[in-house]
Design a protein. Sequence first.
Length: 207
Amino acid sequence: MSDPPKFEVIDRRKMKAEEERESQRTDAKPASPAPPPASAQPAPGPRLVVNEPRHEAPAQEPAPPAAEQQLSDQMPPPPTAEESHKQKAAYDASAQRLEDLVRAQNPAAGAQPAMAFEHLVQQLYVTAMLQMGAGMQEGQQPRIDILGARATVDLLGILAEKTRGNLSQAEDRMLQSALFEARMAFLELTSMMSVPNVPPPAPKGKG
């Protein structure tokens, strides 16, 4: 750290008297050039420093939520590409043997269609509607699983959120329609539900 600037107190009255006596002795001499102004000389002490542009660090990716990080820590390490390839081949072979057995017992049955995205959406939609009492025969008391229906509708919503921008126009339209219809059925069902009246507690007898 540099030493603080030193200041010297000068008596201007004494300087003025000396200047008058000097001027009387040197009237015939040419005036000497005036000293440069003090502002032209660098003054001691702190100086103004212009800040140089700072190079900002690149923005870091936001940390995953605590629940997601905890779930990731509890999961085992993912399989390698070779392990996944071998397992997929074994799964396809086992599924083909199962289909051969089914067709052997029922020769009229054709080959099962390959699963596609639309089958996933339809399965979630049908499950949600059945949980809300749809598909019951006339006169039969519907069995409603409203909490299970809410979970299934939420799964449709998660599917729509996670696949946004990765679906074809037809797939996206089908998913949005299924989600809209399932949510509408849930709203209609819950609007008819009411909390049963809880009887007030019995008054305590006077002791």
